[in-house]
Ligand binder design. Structure first.
Ligand SMILES: *[C@@H]1O[C@H](CO)[C@@H](O)[C@H](O)[C@H]1NC(C)=O
Ligand SMILES: *[C@@H]1O[C@H](CO)[C@@H](O)[C@H](O)[C@H]1NC(C)=O
Ligand SMILES: *[C@@H]1O[C@H](CO)[C@@H](O)[C@H](O)[C@H]1NC(C)=O
Length: 924
């Protein structure tokens, strides 16, 4: 009965909050005291000055004190003014780090939380040992200057205090600054002023005891020579961030960064979703890009100020002083901020990822197509779906199981009525080169017979509530507790649970999905954990909330590495994320809806994630909530095929929507979209390796490749896949025409027809039913695999096609990266990385970075079976392959791409050169 009652109650609760975005469930800035306070401050309100500026241990150090000491307080000794301690460090590649905290020597009430485990160990070795402090004085005050990198300096102004990075030399133009508008504020921990001072905060039926009182931090950051700012995911909004303050946007909320499980989020909103990355990147025509990152895991709110927000006349500003002002506000923590000088967009991303890490290289299968649904009901359903893919000749790599596969939402268990033989099921799919994924969430059912709960409660591994008892919240299984993943011991214990021995019914072809890790707590304030809950080391939940999901993702990914004895790369998808999540796996944009607007907003959401280090991301194809009409579903497949992470998913109340359920024609269309992805897998995988080595994302905004072209700065309908492909989404029903802006001076080739379009122009194109516009940039070479199999694994030995798009100098270049697709051996040089160059009528394949022949542990017999040349005329007769000295045929005929017939192009048939070798093919 009790059980029935709780299920029933839970059901009511769920109905209550599940089916539309309820604004009232969530706090706005006015209901959030620290945000309200910070936002109401006026420019110049900060009265802190820097004193005792000196060099110590290779850093610049200083103290911040109020200019006019508050005599009254000091005299009666209650709250004497305590200075803040400021440290500036410089790192290689143009990175300045600024820390501001309370003075530990004055024994503050509590050590404020600094987020561990995010900064990569290697970064610390890049510290420059500052030696010299240069003093400058002019009418604006006294400045202390340190070297940052060739061409840049870090500067602190004394009074009023301001920290900035500027170009060195005569001109000394500012790049980035903090506290130029005097909005800095740091609430130091203190005792209650009066016994009856109210520290508690209430929201709806919840009370936050706030035992440490107000402890927020806020400050302004300015980006100079910037036309736009980008980043700070996750919001369902435009790529170029719209102002949230200033004339015309008086009613806007700031961009919120607070990981929340938002049912049916709305598009075009600054509301914070499942993950948070407090990193912003600016871009402008005159200088380029710069970046700012605040490592802080508490709730954050960020305002982007519109021109004229501070009553400064916009017209008065000389155009070379164009800047974007922002205001950063956080509930707790310390200032640990990083300034990145750029100057190119790729430089900023490289700098940011040198601090937080580059993307993990996924296994090859994970870059292919994933089929998911809440829920594939039972084994029969799984076998059925699997065989339908084969019947319709549609490749897929991974079949996913949502929460219903478990026994009562107890993760690591199976509902044995529905899944009596899970190992056999996984093995049958594995025989076709396919994998499965099961869901494992952080809420643990409080059930004495559940081994995970039993161990966790005995060992004291749960997050505690404010009174010190295990925190008990409501989630899918009913009454649940949450593992305290911040503790390394608990993470290590958790990781062991993924071994095939411990996870009964699992096999090595099973991978994992972490959902609800914001964490989602159905009956908690704003559907999450109370801020006064307590973690390992007496850290309050408010201090690390945004990193909770990150730690869970980390522990799960480590579990999969341990399972394979450190041999296989893990695959774990996470909904919540934080800076550094790119090191642990993929993320997706959460519970979107089957609406055209959500298809549209998926592009800026994915591009923003890429800019902030998380390359491997995607949106649920088809939209999670609701039933997409067929045209929307097809368009979503056509766009999703270019997402870095390509997965279809649907809510359990939606109609089934596997690709073959909408009539023959639509099945064809979806199949073709999936085929495009499989064809491009070699190119995608090469890009994933680039992201792994450099941090540069797979999907990029156009301005990342064309940083001087202003027309691209706010374009978020089109995007680049690598630097070779431009994709334009179709976001409206029954669209007849679409305008596509193609940047640069060189032409672009329609991927399907081979038709050339002029660069630097907007083209009005007829919209086709069977594909969305995609163009190969002139001057590039794309490697493909054009034969279709059941899964990516089965394509391993297939031959390649190279598509060469020539530019006006009749030249092109491209890359191909190949390894075993699964292990870590590529890190010991077991890979093939080739550069292809075409010029003077000659295609050359050369080695890009690893030992060839016997020294390379990775071998491949794969050959190139076809080379397509776009933009060449007149046609040569044949081609000579060297060094074998063999002539091969050339054909002049229409480009054939599944169903379509395009322009006449030149095709070199069966050159049959091995991708592992050096060779040259000369056109004769
Ligand atoms: C700008 O001026 C308006 C009207 O005088 C005033 O209400 C507002 O507070 C001012 N804003 C700032 C940032 O000073
Ligand atoms: C590249 O990916 C591998 C495998 O995921 C990872 O171990 C490695 O740290 C990544 N490389 C960098 C530079 O982060
Ligand atoms: C054509 O492409 C080649 C190879 O990418 C490049 O080196 C060359 O500069 C390009 N020519 C023009 C005019 O863009």
């Amino acid at each position: 009965m009790a059980n029935f009652l709780s299920t029933f109650l839970f059901f009511l609760l769920f109905i209550n909050c599940a089916f539309s975005w309820k604004k009232d469930e969530f706090r706005n800035c006015n209901q959030t005291p620290f945000c309200k306070r910070a936002r109401s401050r006026k420019p110049g309100a900060c009265s802190l000055v820097a004193i005792d500026v000196s060099i110590s241990n290779g850093d610049l150090v200083a103290k911040l004190i109020p200019k006019e000491k508050n005599q009254e307080n000091t005299e009666n000794g209650e709250n004497p003014i305590k200075p803040l301690v400021l440290t500036i460090s410089a790192y290689q590649d143009g990175i300045l780090r600024l820390k501001i905290d309370e003075d530990q020597n004055l024994s503050p009430r509590k050590k404020r939380f600094e987020v561990p485990d995010v900064i990569v160990p290697d970064f610390v070795n890049k510290k420059l040992w500052l030696q010299r402090l240069k003093e400058e004085e002019n009418e604006e005050g006294i400045f202390s200057v340190v070297y940052l990198s060739d061409g840049y300096e870090g500067v602190i102004r004394r009074d009023p205090f301001e920290v900035f990075v500027r170009e060195s030399g005569q001109n000394g133009k500012k790049v980035l600054s903090l506290n130029s508008n005097g909005l800095f504020d740091f609430e130091q921990l203190r005792d209650k002023k009066e016994e009856n001072e109210e520290w508690e905060e209430r929201f709806r039926s919840h009370t936050d005891t706030r035992p440490y009182g107000p402890q927020s931090i806020s400050f302004d950051v300015s980006f100079y020579d910037a036309d736009f700012v980008y980043g700070i995911p996750e919001h369902a909004t435009s790529l170029a961030l719209k102002p949230t303050r200033g004339p015309g946007v008086e009613d806007s909320e700031p961009y919120r960064l607070f990981n929340l499980d938002v049912f049916e989020y709305i598009h075009d909103s600054p509301f914070g979703l499942y993950g948070s990355i407090p990193f912003m990147i600016s871009h402008g025509k005159s200088r380029g890009s710069s970046g700012f990152f605040w490592l802080n895991a508490a709730e954050m709110q960020i305002d982007v100020m519109g021109p004229g927000w501070n009553n400064e006349s916009v017209l008065m500003l000389p155009s070379d002083q164009k800047r974007v002002d922002t205001l950063w506000m956080s509930e707790a923590g310390v200032v640990d901020a990083f300034f990145f000088i750029g100057p190119g967009p790729k430089d900023v991303v490289r700098q940011y990822t040198s601090v937080t890490g580059k993307s993990a290289l996924p296994q090859l299968f994970a870059t292919a197509y994933h089929q998911c649904r809440w829920n594939y009901r039972d084994e029969e359903d799984v076998y059925n779906v699997d065989s339908k893919f084969d019947e319709h000749d549609i490749p897929y790599d991974v079949l996913w199981l949502d929460i219903e596969h478990t026994d009562g939402k107890k993760y690591f268990t199976w509902d044995r009525m529905l899944f009596p033989n899970p190992e056999e099921m996984q093995n049958k799919l594995a025989a076709k080169g396919r994998r499965m994924v099961t869901i494992v969430d952080p809420h643990i059912k409080r059930d004495e017979s559940y081994y995970i709960h039993k161990e966790a409660s005995e060992k004291g591994y749960y997050v505690k509530d404010a009174t010190g008892k295990d925190f008990d919240g409501w989630c899918w299984p009913g009454s649940s507790s949450y593992l305290d993943m911040v503790n390394p011991e608990i993470r290590s214990w958790w990781a062991e649970k993924f071994s095939c021995k411990n996870y009964v019914g699992s096999t090595p072809s099973l991978y994992i999905w972490n959902d609800m890790n914001e964490p989602s707590v159905f009956n908690g304030p704003e559907v999450t954990m109370p801020r006064d809950a307590l973690h390992y080391g007496d850290v309050e939940h408010r201090e690390l909330h945004n990193a909770y999901g990150y730690y869970f993702h980390m522990a799960t990914a480590d579990g999969l590495v341990k399972r394979g004895d450190g041999k296989d790369r893990p695959f774990v998808l996470s909904r919540a994320f934080f800076p550094g999540s790119q090191r642990y796996g993929a993320v997706w944009t959460g519970d979107n809806s089957a609406e055209w607007d959500h298809l549209r907003v998926s592009v800026p959401m994915i591009l923003t994630l890429g800019l902030t280090g998380i390359s491997f991301s995607g949106a649920d194809v088809g939209g999670f909530f609701g039933n997409p009409d067929t045209e929307l579903l097809v368009r979503w497949y056509q766009l999703g095929a270019y997402y870095p992470f390509f997965r279809a998913h649907a809510h359990h109340d939606t109609k089934r929507r596997e690709p073959w359920l909408f009539g023959e024609r639509n099945t064809e269309l979806m199949k073709e979209a999936i085929h495009v992805r499989y064809m491009l897998l070699p190119y995608f995988y090469t890009l994933f390796r680039e992201a792994n080595a450099s941090g540069i994302p797979v999907a990029r905004p156009l301005w990342m490749e064309f940083p001087a072209d202003e027309k691209t700065f706010s374009n978020d309908e089109a995007f680049m896949v690598g630097n070779n492909l431009l994709v334009q989404g179709i976001f409206t029903e029954r669209a007849k025409h679409v305008s596509v802006y193609l940047p640069g001076e060189q032409p672009w080739y329609d991927m399907k027809t081979g038709t050339a379009y002029e660069g630097g122009a907007t083209h009005k194109l007829t919209v086709l039913e069977d594909s969305i516009p995609a163009f190969q940039r002139a001057g590039t070479i794309i490697p493909r695999k054009d034969r279709f199999r059941r899964s990516s694994t089965q394509m391993e030995n297939d031959p390649y096609t190279l598509v060469i798009a020539l530019n006006s100098s009749m030249a092109a270049e491209g890359e191909l990266y190949v390894d075993d697709g699964k292990s870590f051996e590529f890190q010991q040089g077991a890979f093939i990385h080739r550069r292809f160059t075409f010029s003077n009528g000659k295609l050359t394949s050369s080695n890009m970075g690893t030992a060839t022949g016997a020294n390379n542990k990775f071998a491949s017999e794969c050959i190139v079976e076809r080379i397509i040349l776009l933009g060449l005329s007149p046609a040569p007769k044949n081609a000579l392959v060297e060094p074998v000295n063999q002539k091969v045929d050339i054909e002049w005929g229409p480009l054939l791409l599944r169903g379509g017939k395009g322009k006449s192009v030149l095709t070199i048939r069966k050159p049959n050169v091995r991708i592992a070798d050096d060779w040259t093919i000369k056109l004769l």
